[in-house]
Write a protein that binds this ligand. Sequence first.
Ligand SMILES: [Zn+2]
Length: 215
Amino acid sequence: MLTRQAEDYLKTIYEIERDGDAAATTAIATRLGIAPASVSGMVRRLARQGLVAVERYRGARLTARGRRVALQMIRRHRILESYLVTRLGFGWDGVHEEAERLEHAASADLIDRMAAALGNPDVDPHGAPIPRTDGSVDDTRLRTLDDLAVGSPARVARMSDRDPALLRYLGELGIRPGVTLRLVDRAPFEGPLTVAVGRARHVIGSAVARKVYVR
Ligand SMILES: [Zn+2]
């Protein structure tokens, strides 16, 4: 049995590693909002348990076992979010914190039953892929909205689920997974972007556009 803290570390290391690099202590600390000094001790403990391998001067990488646990936590999190939104009427901006707590408490059986009740969805309400029971996941890197060429249409694939205010804002603009939009204009020097969503045009900041993933 792992502690809640250990489970959160593995999930965080998985997310950082997705970008290619080993998870440096500072990167883990930033994501978890804690001091780097307390991260090193926990990473060493995870290494002793065979869940991560530490690369000197670079950071931690998940072992096959660590990756399995991380994906299991992510599966729980995303199924819980899906269930809360689809079956219990929560807004998509209100489920992340709830799922953060429940993912550590729910049994594998409960999660599988929730998934089955939902018809085993592939993605959660924020468009994030749900790992399958065998640990496979379609976690391909997607480009962000601010990366699009002007004039090109794209379909919204997913967005960060961490900031409820951002999700509410995007929801008001009609920017949700599955929606088609088009980048109309981009102001120079990281200026705002003009985006066409259906007949509406919205001007959004490039920081917001970096949190929306498109295909
Ligand atoms: Zn979430």
